[in-house]
Write a protein that binds this ligand. Structure first.
Ligand code: PHE
Length: 338
């Protein structure tokens, strides 16, 4: 009981006083330890009474120590530094945006200036929105198990899959409203490909759609030309090559003059001076009819690009896998960008 009151009134002024307290009561040769040793030697009857008292005593000492231990301890790893309140504080570590988010944001902002809104849709899609409404013929190879991760596959019509492109959102958007449409669909898409530096089983796209009366191929070219000047800088050249997509007619692929070697030939553009950055075309009238739009009255264009590719070109990244491995040394390089 003498000890009990000693503990009760104890109020350390320094870390040293607290440490002495700890050694005296709670140390390996301390009073608590001693009492417990003694406890072993008493009769069973006494144990019943003493055990409780002893435990209370131990808890009291521990509680006192805990009350004060934070008062004197300094920051981790700073044990030797005196408790000097005039020292500057520790900086708060900030996070950073992922490079793909940075570039997606930039793309969206450029098109927003042209009046495009952002539309989103589900990553798990049915056959209609991912394929059929987009004019994919029944036997089109893109529907094969090769490219598509099917969740449910049997008859075709009611197949369920992870979307292979965000064109599915175009269908949802057009089904839900009336023209004119001017929208951008960013999102994650999935394709059943072996993972390497140049391919991944998922990646990110931004697709765009413009439907109104009298929309022409000239509108498509001018819109995408403006986009490239804004994203890669004034003077970046573009060229269109004929291509094929089931949902556009005519279709094209757009190249830009290589932003890395400025056209002199490098690894990125395979010495050609040109790099492909997106697919585009005039929306096939069949697609418009499939979503209930009068294809006599309305026309439109669409385009789609992979954000990874755009980012690679902007930041000279050579390996796609970096985007999904979360290596902090890679991600930190983008910390200063907002
Ligand atoms: N959906 C196409 C793809 O994923 C891209 C594209 C969109 C092409 C719109 C033309 C028009 O590859």
């Amino acid at each position: 009981s003498q000890y009990t009151s000693e503990i009760e009134v104890f109020e350390p002024k320094t870390a040293e006083e607290l440490e002495n307290f700890r050694i005296k009561f709670l140390g390996t040769k301390g009073i608590v330890k001693d009492l417990f040793e003694e406890f072993k030697t008493v009769s069973a009857e006494e144990k019943r009474v003493l055990g409780k008292v002893l435990n209370q005593f131990k808890q009291l000492a521990e509680a006192k120590f805990n009350d004060f231990k934070d008062a004197f301890s300094t920051q981790k790893g700073q044990k030797d530094i005196p408790n000097d309140l005039t020292l500057p504080g520790f900086g708060v570590e900030t996070g950073g945006r992922h490079p793909l988010s940075l570039v997606r944001k930039e793309i969206v902002e450029i098109f927003k200036r042209l009046g495009f809104i952002v539309a989103e849709g589900p990553e798990i899609e049915d056959d209609w929105h991912n394929f059929s409404a987009l004019n994919f013929p029944e036997e089109h190879p893109a529907r094969d198990m090769q490219d598509t991760f099917f969740i449910k596959k049997n008859s075709g019509q009611d197949d369920i899959a992870l979307r292979t492109h965000t064109s599915s959102v175009q269908v949802r958007l057009m089904e839900a409203g009336k023209p004119p449409f001017r929208a951008l669909m960013p999102g994650r898409v999935y394709r059943n490909e072996a993972i390497s530096a140049r391919a991944h089983c998922f990646f990110h796209q931004v697709e765009g759609l413009y439907v109104d009366e009298n929309v022409s191929f000239a509108d498509l070219k001018q819109t995408l030309y403006y986009f490239v000047q804004e994203l890669y800088g004034e003077g970046t050249k573009v060229r269109f090559r004929p291509s094929y997509f089931p949902f556009t007619e005519p279709s094209a692929e757009m190249d830009i003059s290589c932003t890395i070697c400025k056209g002199d030939g490098c690894q990125m553009c395979k010495q050609s001076g040109w790099v492909e950055i997106l697919g585009c075309g005039m929306i096939d009238p069949n697609v418009l009819e499939n979503v209930g739009i009068d294809s006599q009255k309305y026309s439109g264009f669409a385009f789609g690009m992979g954000i990874e590719r755009i980012t690679n070109l902007k930041y000279q990244i050579r390996d796609l896998r970096l985007f999904s491995e979360n290596d902090i040394r890679f991600l930190k390089q983008f910390q200063s960008e907002i």
